[in-house]
Design a binder for this molecule. Structure first.
Ligand code: ASP
Length: 359
């Protein structure tokens, strides 16, 4: 039919476009593009990803592609009931339902896949990988994402562990004194992972993991249960390409954890990769993006008494040559690294010294 957009028609158009000549080199390359290749696999991740970096590096050494390796690495954390920020055991939304977000991106093909608000499937990153490889789409959400996962044989299961349910119940009973949910009479404990934001208590966490192999090929993944006790359907930065994850095989990979809304509004991962393209070292690129997030912050509810953000964001960056870095708005953070055959945690750079904890 005339004017009908078909996949075959699209491929023909793409072939014709390709025949017109390559995209200008400056649009796809940067200073890092011509740099030396890493001596061995380099993998970085958020601090909860120490087992992921070790596993991904091991797989890359065996010839597994970086994107497959990082997805296999983060699967360890997705399956861990003790990590309340990711997959099984993740903290639920305000109704007590676990909703997961994840994205993957493959450097050599510049292809990506993602799922958002996915319920009842423990490994959203693996579903995102299927979206990348087995659909013509970039992002599936909610019921459609679950249907797709089931079509690919992923098992449906309850993801809310008893421990996560207890944490949610505690939040539900304490976040307002104007509803009918009452905490027990004994004094409430202080949730160590909780941050005060505009009077609301929330917890945060995610795993981002990025890798480069000996040939300078990159891959990345970000997977999370998102902001705890969120409004059902809320999607954070993790499944948004350019926000929670971005990979450009000519330059590097970047990802984020922390307050996703701030990262989305500043295209965090994309901006980090673009700064590396301009020649900024990874840690410098991360710091500049964080400064931009702070500079764009106008909502007084998101500022402390000194006008600084009352939340944290961490950016992670890995260049094609294997150099890497990570930075946070607030001090005290770490990130996981596997390089030169060593797996370890390193301190993140930061913008502000965290004030001593309130009693
Ligand atoms: N970035 C995640 C989100 O906003 C959560 C986090 O890392 O704390 O969904």
């Amino acid at each position: 039919m005339a004017g009908e957009f078909t996949r075959r028609g699209f491929l023909r158009t793409a072939a014709a476009t390709a025949a017109l000549g390559p995209v200008s080199a400056s649009a796809t390359q940067g200073a890092a593009a011509t740099a030396r290749k890493p001596d061995g696999p380099v993998v970085i991740a958020s601090a909860n990803g120490l087992r992921a970096t070790a596993r991904a590096a091991e797989l890359i050494a065996q010839g597994v592609t970086p994107v497959d390796a990082v997805v296999a690495g983060v699967a360890i954390v997705e399956a861990d009931p003790d990590d309340h920020s990711v997959g099984y055991g993740g903290l639920p939304n305000e109704r007590g339902v676990v909703e997961l977000d994840a994205s993957v991106m493959d450097g050599p093909t510049h292809n990506s896949g993602a799922v958002a608000a996915l319920q009842r499937v423990k490994h959203p990153a693996q579903v995102a990988l299927r979206v990348m490889r087995r659909t013509d789409h970039a992002l599936l959400v909610g019921a459609g994402a679950l249907e797709f996962a089931k079509a690919h044989g992923f098992k449906e299961e309850e993801l809310l562990t008893d421990e996560a349910r207890e944490m949610w119940l505690k939040w539900k009973e304490r976040h307002s004194d104007r509803d009918d949910w009452l905490p027990p009479l004994e004094p409430p404990d202080n949730g160590a992972a909780e941050i005060k934001s505009g009077g609301m208590l929330y917890t945060h966490g995610t795993i981002n993991c990025d890798a480069v192999d000996l040939h300078g090929n990159l891959g990345g993944v970000t997977t999370t249960s998102g902001l705890s006790y969120k409004i059902p359907g809320r999607v954070g930065d993790s499944p948004i390409i350019g926000a929670g994850l971005y990979v450009d095989n000519a330059v590097g990979a970047a990802g984020s954890t922390g307050r996703g809304e701030a990262v989305i509004k500043n295209c965090g991962a994309f901006a980090t990769v673009e700064l590396m393209r301009q020649g900024k070292p990874p840690v410098e690129a991360c710091l500049q993006v964080l400064k931009r997030i702070v500079a764009h912050l106008t909502d007084p509810r998101l500022k402390d008494s000194s006008g600084r953000p009352n939340f944290d964001v961490k950016m992670y960056a890995l260049a094609k040559d294997g150099t890497f870095g990570a930075a946070a708005i607030w001090s005290g953070g770490q990130f996981a690294v596997h390089s030169a055959g060593r797996n370890r945690l390193e301190d993140t750079a930061y913008l502000y010294e965290r004030p001593p904890k309130e009693q």
